[in-house]
Design a protein around this ligand. Structure first.
Ligand code: ATP
Ligand code: ZN
Length: 224
């Protein structure tokens, strides 16, 4: 990969991909996307788009492997806490909070359970993909729980007898309901954000960023 070209990491396929691509296009980038390719070249500017799993994006930015990244704050914050625990670099700059990818990380328990606040989760098993965010939230409230780590199908864990409750992303709540769960507490509100590495960039690259940001902000303002 040409190090003179600005590198932007975005989700390859998932809930953030379409909106992220559309946003860059609306800022004037002509992206030549081939579905099977990891790297997409921008035709009219010295920019490469790196298409990866969203979970890898914060680390790529914090390690300075890419210059910019678009990712959900939920994944960014979880990765930050995990890396801090591992004593790895956690620096990044938020250039812009975006207007899509909205969701909330919530606690949910079986519908029939009477909810009397987070204290009732003391000693309980909670299935989640976000152990660091959940631990921070519950520790601040003096609650100790048993994490059950799952990277998918979190919402079926209680019915499967693997957990007493879950902490998962929610947008409409339909998935929870379909699994006999009720949302009882929001622990984190998230949107997509554009972040930059803290490494000092080549002036030519920084120049491109400085031209793109006002365009991006103009776009966001226009569709408010
Ligand atoms: P990948 O293969 O890239 O790891 P994924 O399955 O982890 O994909 P998606 O389900 O595509 O990720 O979600 C990506 C991001 O979209 C989430 O981390 C979150 O920031 C945002 N998002 C918005 N709404 C929702 C929702 N209802 N459920 C899950 N994520 C949502
Ligand atoms: Zn992911």
């Amino acid at each position: 990969m040409d190090s003179k070209r600005l590198r932007i990491a975005m989700q390859k396929s998932g809930r953030l991909s379409q909106d992220s691509q559309a946003l860059l296009k609306s800022c004037g980038l002509k992206i030549n996307l081939r579905e099977d390719r990891l790297i997409a070249h921008v035709e009219n500017m010295p920019i490469d788009i790196l298409r990866v799993r969203d979970d890898d994006i914060p680390g790529l930015v914090m390690d300075g492997v890419v210059d910019l990244g678009v990712v959900g704050e939920n994944v960014l914050e979880e990765t930050m806490l995990e890396r801090a625990r591992m004593e790895m670099p956690v620096d990044y700059k938020v250039l812009q909070r975006l207007d899509y990818g909205g969701c909330r990380l919530s606690l949910a328990v079986p519908q029939e359970q009477v909810w009397e606040g987070v204290a009732s989760l003391n000693g309980k098993r909670i299935a989640t993909t976000y152990p660091n965010l959940l631990t921070r939230y519950l520790a601040e409230r003096g609650v100790k729980y048993k994490p059950v780590l799952l990277t998918g199908s979190v919402e079926v864990a209680p019915r499967a007898g693997l957990a007493d409750g879950i902490c998962d992303l929610v947008s409409s709540g339909a998935t929870l309901e379909a699994n006999g769960l009720k949302e009882v507490e929001i622990i984190y509100q998230s949107k997509a954000v554009l972040i930059q590495t803290c490494n000092e960039l080549d002036p030519a690259k920084q120049q491109i960023i400085d031209t793109l940001i006002p365009r991006l902000q103009g776009m966001l303002q226009a569709r408010e």
